[in-house]
Design a protein around this ligand. Sequence first.
Ligand SMILES: Nc1ncnc2c1ncn2[C@@H]1O[C@H](COP(=O)(O)OP(=O)(O)OP(=O)(O)O)[C@@H](O)[C@H]1O
Ligand SMILES: [Mg+2]
Length: 465
Amino acid sequence: MTQDTDQVRVLIVDDDPSMRAALRQWIRLAGFDTLEVATADQAMGKLTPDFEGCVVSDVMLEGEDGMSLLRRIGSLDGDVPVVLITGHGDVPMAVEAMRAGAYDFVEKPFDPDHIAEVVRRACDKRALVLENRALKTQLADGASLESRLIGNSPAMQTLRQQILHFAKTDAAVLITGETGTGKEVIAQALHDFSLRKDGPFAAINAAALPETMVEAELFGHEAGAFTGADRLRTGRIEAASGGVLFLDEIVSMPLALQPKLLRVLQEKKVDRIGGTKPVDVDIRLVSAANMDPREAVRSGNLREDLLFRLNAIELTVPPLRERGRDSLLLFDTFLNRFAAHYGLEVPGTSAQDEAFLQTYGWPGNVRELRNAAERFVLNAGVSPQPLESLVTGQRSEVMTVAEGGLKELMDAYERNLIESALRRHGGRVADVMRELNLPRRTLNEKMARHGLSRDLAGQSETTDA
Ligand SMILES: Nc1ncnc2c1ncn2[C@@H]1O[C@H](COP(=O)(O)OP(=O)(O)OP(=O)(O)O)[C@@H](O)[C@H]1O
Ligand SMILES: [Mg+2]
């Protein structure tokens, strides 16, 4: 097996400077990079659990011998190969060392070719161990991604591979796909399977905030920056430092803020509103759009230079109707999950339900299918009905206790309240917020969940505005 020796280092441990120099010379001639230290303590300072290389150490070190170094390395990473250099007459020690897990030993005075050969074998072995380790974590990651981003269609399999692959990089990712296709699931996975997984995942949805608040949310502000800014506030960009910043619905980003955002991406610095000096940030950017971002560029809603910064990698999530039998697999999984969640029996599906699952267009994609599965589970015990009528609602809007569980009734009640308030106030969200005493974000979330928009005021029966 050959390897790229660029990153492979051989750590030489010897308290004799002339020995170190000789070892360095032969090992470098063999094509390896070297690090040299004089003591076991210094050696431990250089090693990490995934150290790419091997250790060559004299068995007689000052203070601490090679045997105890061997043990210390073993407790850090039992697979780092340690080659011991022994003086003549140290054979019993060498035997003990091999028993204790040394990779090999070389007797002084050594033959340069021999030491090069031993080091090469040790480093090859190390590369193999590290490769296997990486493969194993990849497999484990793959399995858990499969349960988060369900689907056996070729498109979903490719998508999962891409996610695991690109998660390991810091390149900006733009995820495009219709509503409910799983863009947020993907953004979160790009964080969770990356080296930044222990850092923050900070999400911001420009469309869910009033335009005037987006800037302060994103960039933060100093105390006294504007009326009402009584305290310093860190923005989402700063809060994402060390992790991932997720800009949802990027095409709704106010045009006026786009140059400022571009600057953050180019210079990795953020200017707080009212701030005097920029703050360094270390972020990986993931963004999402539910329309073609090029269309948004053409219509003047998205700056082209910003798009070029966002889409180093572009992941396209296909709509559910193009994923073949994935709808069956997803529905079945959700039925099981919701049944377990509510402590109910897993309802059976009819051939008719299954046909519907595959032929319906699912405009709300996985989100819609998931909601349907939840209602299907809840209804099954009291008033079972074909999935089709449950989804397309070809039936009376009035729900009775017999038809819905408590959650449905509450949901329907909430939806009615918000809907009628919207109608009464002619779609003026600020007035609805006041009447229902709801913060804007909560109201937006609820409206989105119930599929309500402020426009419904226009198409309504009567408004008293
Ligand atoms: N492949 C999938 N496997 C399992 N669950 C999924 C999958 N895709 C989406 N979901 C679930 O569907 C719902 C919607 O997904 P998500 O919020 O990621 O969609 P989205 O593309 O961000 O939608 P929107 O554009 O409306 O924000 C979530 O509950 C999510 O967990
Ligand atoms: Mg989303």
